[in-house]
Design a protein. Structure first.
Length: 694
């Protein structure tokens, strides 16, 4: 149709329709519904405000335009024209429907469109369209659909199970990503109650938490486990209450793996990885528990401290692998001896602990200690060898020997030391005397820390004599300690403690410097080539600085190295460490003399004498003491001197107290003597006087 014709007709038609007022008045101001009227040529004869809003054309713009030119998208135009014609001519109604029309801007407009056709007073057929905007509804629908897809994707992506339940545990809905996660197949869930698909105790746990979540209205979680065909699985359930719907959302996650690794970490924190026994931490915790129980029931509890004798030697000689195996076997034997309810733990290294509870008598502990020693009598079979391992056992009893776990452990440890002192392979009960010894030990340790600074140490010197002409050849430096609160402390008491704490290193250096400074002075005074013997502890060899401090002291004092003699005991050599070899070789290379002290005690392995560059051998004073009393001591001294002579070593007899001793030693061919018969250890001043008068 041409445009001029359109304009003409529209004018006429609109005039005819303005008369149709009552109907129009009804819709004119309605904004939410679009009402459009069309003449039989589909030209707009009515266009309410709702139409302006919905399609963007003002009333003026729309009036007279054809339906298909205004709001019908191009692809629908032909169909619309045809349908309208059919209705007009054959009475075929256009049914109401959801359709997508077009806004003035070209945008799509979703509407629910209803149509009526009637004839007005002028006999013209008019079609009225009533369109309801569906945009918001469509949007909401699309969003709902999107959310549904998103949820599905989430359910798919997350390995958790999602259940929707009623308060009574009836399962309304579930989602799961993988079917193998399910305990029961999905179809079996919906409509069932939890009680039908889960064990009773789990169901009741759920019930409790469902009640809680309804009451608290906050997300709540708990853990439970289920026995599955493949073993026990652990789950975490998170519950949220959807109060509007009176439903409970349950999210279930399989936490078996986390549980396993947490269990592993827990195990590592509380158990010794080698023997799988409770470690120190757990053992002490158990002891605390045992003590609480013992207090309540008025019972005794026993702490048994066990140390494997000479275990270090096994490690050093057979290697750590065998050492580890032996520890495992030893741990197993310990476990065999005690009752199920008792604890065997590993405190570290070769130290173990046994905790006994519910005992009526301390004597019950004695039987167990004896059994422990007995089970170790049978050799261990390891790497094709038979190994004998013995135990030193210390026993502390609650409440007699302490109230706290730490006191009892310390006292059992003290008693164990006593067992070691008794010759190992035995047990010892803690006594109050031991307590005194320990207390003194602590006090010595404490005081010694400041003794050097306070100048409490003094070096004394015991002269050494040529056996044939009584001439003084030198002296041995012997340390003395006077402490204001402890009084005189003997080296026998404080040297081992200084060793243990490492204080022997600075203290030893003090002795070296003092003794060499004195030696210089003494040599000048008497114009003699005296020697100075200084005792060295094993611990001093571990220190890097030993060699350099020796060198420095020799340099400072201008003493020739051959005047210095270092006395070492077998304890130093038994260590077997390579740094000892190296230090000894270097010391010897400097020209310093080496002396084997206390020969005859301990193992007195002759091989050490050959293996190391010794110059001097000192026979222990216990043999000198026995030399006039029993033949065996005399024979031993005789043999020692003969052997030393053959090895070219100078022999010193220490602790010579009587003339008969001296006579025998002379007969046996001993070279040098030292002892109270000649002189006690003297202060520097006393020795200067003594030697000048000698
Ligand atoms: P030792 O090296 O065997 O020293 C000899 C010990 O025998 C000294 O004991 C000495 O006083 C004592 N003695 C000497 N003559 C006689 C005697 O005729 N009869 C008896 N019964 N005893 C005699 P002291 O001074 O108590 O020293 C004990 C141990 O302490 C020493 O044994 C030595 O191993 C150690 N020691 C002493 N001073 C030092 C030191 O500066 N450093 C190190 N590492 N150890 C030291
Ligand atoms: Mg000595
Ligand atoms: Mg000695």
């Amino acid at each position: 149709m041409s445009s001029n014709k359109t304009g003409k007709i529209s004018k006429t038609l609109s005039h005819q329709y303005e008369l149709n007022d009552p109907l129009h008045q009804l819709f004119d101001a309605v904004k939410v519904i679009s009402v459009q009227g069309y003449d039989d040529d589909r030209r707009v004869i009515y266009w309410n405000e709702g139409s302006e809003v919905l399609y963007g054309y003002s009333k003026q713009e729309a009036t007279g335009q054809k339906l298909e030119d205004l709001i019908i998208p191009p692809y629908m135009r032909e169909g619309v024209v045809e349908a309208h014609g059919n209705w007009l001519n054959q009475g075929v109604e256009i049914p109401a429907a959801e359709i997508t029309l077009q806004h003035k801007s070209g945008a799509e407009v979703s509407v629910f469109s209803s149509h009526v056709m009637f004839t007005n007073q002028y006999g013209n057929k008019q079609m009225y369209c009533v369109d309801i905007d569906l945009t918001d509804i469509r949007k909401a629908e699309a969003q709902a659909l999107f959310k549904e897809h998103m949820l599905e994707t989430i359910f798919e992506a997350i390995p958790d199970l999602f259940f929707l339940m009623q308060k009574d545990g009836t399962i309304i809905d579930y989602h799961a990503s993988k079917q193998e996660n399910l305990y029961v197949s999905p179809q079996q869930f919906i409509g069932k109650n939890m009680a039908d698909v889960m064990p009773e105790e789990v169901t009741s746990k759920f019930q409790t938490y469902i009640e809680k979540v309804i009451e608290q209205r906050e997300m709540i979680s708990f853990e439970y486990d289920l026995t599955m065909p493949q073993g026990i699985s652990y789950f975490e359930a998170r519950l949220a209450y959807l109060s509007e719907y009176k439903q409970v959302m349950v999210v279930i996650r399989d936490i078996t793996e986390q549980h396993k690794s947490a269990e592993l970490i827990r195990h590592q924190a509380y158990f010794d990885s080698l023997t799988l026994l409770p470690n120190r931490f757990l053992a002490l915790d158990r002891l605390s528990q045992i003590l609480i129980e013992a207090k309540r029931n008025d019972q005794k509890a026993v702490v048994i401290f066990i140390d494997l004798d000479d275990f270090k030697k096994v490690n050093d000689s057979l290697g750590h692998e065998i050492g580890d195996k032996l520890l495992i076997s030893a741990a197993n034997r310990l476990k065999e001896v005690v009752r199920k309810e008792d604890t065997v733990g590993r405190l570290g290294g070769d130290e173990f602990i046994v905790l006994l509870k519910g005992l009526a008598e301390p004597n019950d502990a004695l039987a167990i200690a004896e059994n422990l020693l007995k089970t170790f009598r049978k050799p261990f079979q390891l790497a094709g060898r038979e190994l004998i391992l013995t135990l030193s056992i210390g026993i502390a009893v609650y409440p007699e020997n302490g109230n706290s776990a730490s006191d009892l452990l310390r006292n059992a440890d003290t008693a164990m030391y006593q067992a070691k002192a008794l010759g190992r392979n035995t047990f010892s009960f803690f006594t109050s005397e031991m307590n005194k010894v320990m207390q003194r030990r602590f006090e010595i340790e404490e005081q010694m820390h400041v003794a050097l600074e306070r100048g409490e140490f003094e070096v004394h010197y015991q002269p050494k004599f040529e056996i044939n002409n009584n001439a003084i050849v030198g002296a041995e430096a012997l340390l003395r300690w006077h402490n204001p609160s402890l009084g005189e402390v003997t080296p026998g008491e404080f040297i081992p403690i200084a060793e243990h704490t490492g204080l022997i290193v600075p203290v030893g250096e003090f002795v070296i410097n003092q003794a060499l400074a004195f030696l210089k002075h003494w040599q000048i005074c008497d114009q003699q080539f005296y020697t100075m013997a200084i005792n060295l502890s094993p611990r001093q060899f571990r220190e890097q600085g030993l060699l350099s401090s020796l060198k420095k002291a020799l340099e400072v004092t201008q003493i020739s190295a051959e005047c210095l003699e270092l006395e070492i005991t077998e304890g130093v050599l038994m260590n077997g460490q390579s740094y000892i070899h190296e230090s000894i070789a270097e010391i010897s290379a400097l020209g310093i003399k080496l002396s084997q002290d206390d020969f005859g005690t301990g193992y007195s392995s002759l091989s050490y004498l050959r293996q190391y560059p010794f110059n001097v051998l000192k026979i222990d004073r216990s043999f000198i003491h026995g030399i006039t009393l029993n033949k065996s001591d005399c024979d031993l001294v005789k043999a020692t001197i003969a052997m030393a002579n053959s090895l070219g070593l100078t022999v010193v007899a220490e602790g010579v107290e009587t003339e008969p001793q001296l006579t025998i030693l002379k007969d046996l061919g001993c070279d040098l003597v030292q002892g109270f018969y000649f002189s006690k250890p003297l202060t520097a001043k006393q020795l200067l006087k003594f030697s000048s008068q000698h």
